[in-house]
Design a protein around this ligand. Sequence first.
Ligand code: LLP
Length: 419
Amino acid sequence: MNIWPLTAEPPLSVGGVSFTEIAERFGTPAYVIDEEHVRHRCREYRKALHPHRVAYAGKAFLCRAMVRWVEEEGLWLDVCSEGELALARAVGFPPERILLHGNGKTPAYLAAALDYGVARIVVDSAGEVARLAALTGDRHHPQKVLVRVTPAVDPHVHQAMATGVEDQKFGLSLASGAAADAVRRVLGQPSLTLAGLHCHIGSQIGVPDGYETAARRLVAFMAELGGLPELNLGGGHAVAYRPGDRGLDVQTFAERVPRAVAEECAIRGIPEPDLTVEPGRAIVAAAGVTLYRVLAVKHGVRTFVVVDGGMSDNPRPALYGSRYTVARVGHPTGARDVPVTVVGRHCEAGDVIASDVPMPGDIRPGDLLVVPCTGAYHHSMASNYNLVARPPVIAVLGGRAWPLVRRETVEDLLRRDVC
Ligand code: LLP
């Protein structure tokens, strides 16, 4: 399987199609996604975590094809907006495998979820319980819900990704009693069934320790409630973006975390709940690469290599200080590597793709660059900053390449401006 960027030499192709061919056929910048890799990761997760449930977090990357792959591989789907739900529905993803999130669910979103009959709704605020009850009052079958709990666990990741700590917007605090209050409210509604508890302590977490702590705290809370059927431990499993980075090994997670749950249940004397995990990044990140063309090379205090994309297709360095590696495709010149900073074409100094990456000294405009590990939170977080059109998503498999999402055009951009 493709484990780049951990190999020394970057490959020249993905899914049996050369980067050069993809760039020539579909233009640059372009996101490329390896279907086989995605499916492989889905299977790896299901196998490692069997008999527990794996729900793919669609926020990492979603399009019709991805919904189908997830469906065919037997995972559940976690959606967090009406758009994601509509996409799942457009493809006919089975509602009995949909889990619905959102810390601010609009009335339209909740109505669409109930209309489609999603399997679980994760409650994120006390007021949501009454709103949900009002919408489900006349139903024959109660809606199953989970209460999202904040377990006060610091996952030691970037602050914008630390969601298990008290001082952030998600979930209901265990310590303050907000979680217990929400649970009471759910139990008081005949049209709702409390299926279990949920927590998501953060993202890009490299070790299972925080999950164990969170799981034990949630089990202790479950014991106070006399036990519950389900425990959802969220996603957040780290991947390696660059050589030497540390990803979370799913085997290690699967050995340690369910064991912690089982131990704590035994201590508290309650039956073990069914477990769910919600990986997004770990399923798709390494399956994707981004291709760029070099537009300019500028030598100064440092060497800047300007590409035809940037923070509109990859906001992660600017948002989280994320680090990437970049390689030039082909042209083996023997030129000595020099450190360069690869930057985008946006009007902002923070528009950096990667700093101090080694690049052949004869790098020049027109060269093709590839950035690995861009399958998660790239397409899904792309913007139109500076009225730049978003790149296409190209799938590759067995020597074939085809578009999943077409390139945005300037006409697309102007169409919404209706004045
Ligand atoms: N479940 C819930 C409730 C979540 O909020 C998230 C991510 C996931 C699962 C999936 O997390 P993953 O396994 O992909 O780490 N945009 C950021 C990360 C923020 C993710 C927010 N929630 C990034 O580019 O890294």
